[in-house]
Ligand binder design. Structure first.
Ligand SMILES: [Zn+2]
Length: 427
């Protein structure tokens, strides 16, 4: 009996210690152990990770230990295979992000092709850890196999270069969501911080949404203007997502989603996946970050000139300058303030996680990378969320929305036939 108990205790310790997280200071050890247990059991889906950019530009390999390392642009790494394991993440959306500058230079589609290839090559290199996924069923399968599901979403609707032919081929390549804009307005959709040109979505933009519905590609409203969000909800017959945005009710930032949109989620079935960037999470961080950038501009420009032939030296000097001028960085508990708000305004079924790892210059206080994701589970538990509620936020809500989009695609495919609906339309 005693031996059995010892064995059970050992097993419990081994399974919980997979995450090997440092318990937050002042945490209740019992509650922390329970949080890790819930976290380990849950299907966890993260809506947005920008690691494909260094996969292409810096030949980064996910097997590389990225702790304490920096991208070529100076931002810290948050992702690698070992950190994936510690994070407990089941499904990660690799962002096929293409800069809005391609609207001037061209090459958007080529860039997306490079990012998709680089992502697939990581899956090919690491078959024991990663699994290429395109369906909700794939995600559940990956959980059973103890692998990380690699999913892909396009960031920036201009990537399809106004071609529904291209959109359909991106679906065939495995793209399962498309963020309708990035930070700039383009031919058929208005962005959050740019001049509107389409009064939200243009007629072609609405056709794009319908075609995404027909394919089973989720419509992503992160980065778009409020009118574009509203138009997407009007047109979409499937649940929409915000792959990496918070709630304006907590921080009134254009990258976040206002209450008027949150209130429409129960009818639509969509999910707002919370971005971890402290400046989106918290008004004070945002304000102090902007002020610091302005205050240090002359010094930063001088450093740029001084190290114009040595990017690494510039990055280091810039980091030093920023460290000497610290700002308030919102703690990880602020993520749960956004979850609380969406729970209150829309309901617990409409909120998820969309970290933006490797796409943001710093994480909330207390977090260093994806390995610290269990802190969010702990904070929810601490605030009285039930295990069912926690599992919904961590991944089940997204899975429901994704499955519904898959079902809607089947229905739409029957309703629309032939080439008529698939005709290329140009603005
Ligand atoms: Zn983004």
């Amino acid at each position: 009996m005693k031996n059995k108990l010892f064995l059970l205790l050992t097993l419990a310790f081994v399974s919980v210690s997979t995450f090997a997280q440092t318990m937050p200071k002042d945490a209740d050890p019992k509650l922390w152990a329970r949080a890790l247990k819930i976290h380990k059991k849950a299907i966890i889906i993260d809506g947005h990770n920008d690691i494909p950019s260094p996969l292409v530009d810096e030949d980064f390999n996910l097997a590389t230990d990225s702790v304490g390392k920096f991208h070529a642009d100076g931002d810290p790494f948050h992702t690698d295979l070992n950190r994936f394991k510690r994070s407990g993440i089941t499904g990660e959306f690799f962002s096929i992000y293409v800069s809005g500058s391609t609207l001037k230079t061209g090459g958007a589609m080529r860039r997306a092709m490079e990012m998709i290839d680089a992502t697939n090559r990581e899956v090919e290199k690491h078959p024991n850890e990663l699994l290429a996924c395109t369906t909700a069923a794939d995600i559940r399968r990956a959980k059973k196999q103890n692998k990380v599901c690699v999913l892909m979403g396009i960031e920036g609707g201009y990537v399809i270069e106004n071609s529904l032919f291209a959109l359909r081929n991106f679906y065939r390549l495995g793209i399962r969501y498309m963020t309708l804009t990035h930070n700039v307005t383009h031919d058929w959709a208005d962005a959050h911080r740019d001049e509107p040109k389409n009064n939200g979505l243009s007629e072609f933009g609405k056709t794009v949404v319908r075609e995404m519905n027909r394919l089973g590609m989720l419509v992503d409203i992160s980065h778009v203007s409020v009118k574009t969000m509203s138009d997407a909800l009007d047109v979409s017959t499937a649940p929409i997502i915000a792959s990496h945005s918070g709630a304006r009710g907590v921080n009134d930032h254009t990258r976040n989603v206002p209450d008027e949109i949150l209130k429409r989620l129960p009818k639509n079935g969509g999910v707002i996946m919370i971005n971890f960037y402290p400046s989106f999470l918290d008004a004070r961080t945002n304000k102090e970050e902007n002020e610091r950038t302005a205050k240090l501009k002359t010094q930063t420009d001088a450093l740029k000139e001084q190290y114009k032939n040595d990017r690494a030296a510039f990055n280091e000097a810039e980091r030093k300058l920023y460290a000497e001028n610290p700002i308030y960085i919102a703690p990880y508990t602020r993520i749960v303030d956004h979850i609380d708000h969406i729970k209150k305004v829309a309901g617990i079924d409409y909120v998820g996680i969309g970290s933006d790892y490797d796409g943001i210059p710093f994480l909330p206080e207390g977090m260093n990378g994806m390995e610290d994701l269990p802190l969010v589970t702990y904070e929810m538990l601490k605030r009285g969320y039930t295990e069912t509620e926690i599992r919904k936020v961590l991944g089940e809500n997204f899975l429901r929305a994704f499955s519904k989009a898959e079902d809607a695609a089947k229905i739409n495919s029957r309703q629309i036939s032939g080439q008529g609906s698939l005709k290329k339309i140009r603005n």
